[in-house]
Design a binder for this molecule. Sequence first.
Ligand SMILES: *Cc1c(COP(=O)(O)O)cnc(C)c1O
Length: 431
Amino acid sequence: MMYYSTNRKAPQATLEKAIVKGLAEDRGLYMPERINQLPKEFFDDIASLTFQDVAYNVASAFFGEDIDLDALYDIVRSTLSFDCPLVRVTDDIYSLELFHGPTLAFKDVGARFMARMLGYFRSEQQINVLVATSGDTGSAVANGFLGVPGIHVYVLYPKGKVSPIQECQFTTLGGNITAVEVEGVFDDCQRLVKSAFMDEELNRRMHLTSANSINVARFLPQAFYYFWAYAQAVRMGLDGRRIVVSVPSGNFGNLCSALFGVRMGLPVRRFIAANNANDVFYNYLQTGCYEPRPSVQTIANAMDVGDPSNFARILELYGRDHDAICQHISGASYSDAQIAETMRQCLSESGYILDPHGACGYRALQEQLQPNEIGIFLETAHPAKFKELVDKVLGIEIPVPDRLAAFMQSTKQSTPMSADFNDFRAFLLAQ
Ligand SMILES: *Cc1c(COP(=O)(O)O)cnc(C)c1O
């Protein structure tokens, strides 16, 4: 299968090239030339399959032409070494808990899958992954790539601007993971990474690639858990055709992978894109105009994105037809006060602890679900990842799961760095 660029000015790429390069030469995002339908028998039997087998069926429809099927099966199995359970919260609202992986956020699925795919396609030369993070991406990518032969990861993060728990998740690993603590803000980290990708000599010498959700090997595997949610709903005796899925969204990689799932036959009735105060997509749905803006800081900070990169893929999937997008996706946007209020209300009414991102998804269902519909929202991170905030909002002491606490016990190792590209460049060349 070939991959084309959303900007249509770059040559088509093989899967290997799309994964190793990440972004096309014309700065567009790679899209598969075809989306294969899954057969009716798959959906008839889905309730009897394991999570790994459901995911393998989906993965082979995307990648099966380009990778040895036994290898693909191993990649899927070792990526999904944890469950994504569907948990009932109210009579008609269910939580798809995506936080049971190593770093307790959904990005584990995409990062672990991408690491294994890159390991599969890796050439003789070492590949160097650069990733700028404001928190969750760095921890998922670092843990996903830890110990993968032939790959070194540099995680750039803004000094003093990530939570202590998040910082421990990528500064304590050692091995093939180097944490770079930048004297600046997240935008400085992103600028350093982008400048490195534009630097010809660095690219020639270092084989650089990125690991954010523009990479097809990172966003597509997120489709797995939507099929698994459907399988679990069927097992619970719910009518799959009445399902509405609400996705807390930032860069829209997660929602985009679900839309690919629908093209493959997943019977979800419609979607809600739940945003925090960063509401460019919400505004696009209302007006038809897409107006990116600088992001504003919120308590659901993993969704603080002012120009979501996967918007280009959504437009492409719907042939740039605003009406078609609106028929299938509705929007929501919540202030910090509304997010906090939702967390308190959900705890008191159903005893369920939401994290601030999941709270946006939950509230959108409460407001928009029709009487004959079943709502599923994605719980994208464990609430203990935002312990200080969650404790304060809810007036409780949320227990920290063992595997999260374990990160806090190890010693932090990081390389201090100025925000000047020349310093970062010299550092990379000296490696
Ligand atoms: C990354 C992230 C999101 C946003 O996901 P996108 O795919 O960027 O839309 C939502 N919640 C959490 C906890 C995240 O880490």
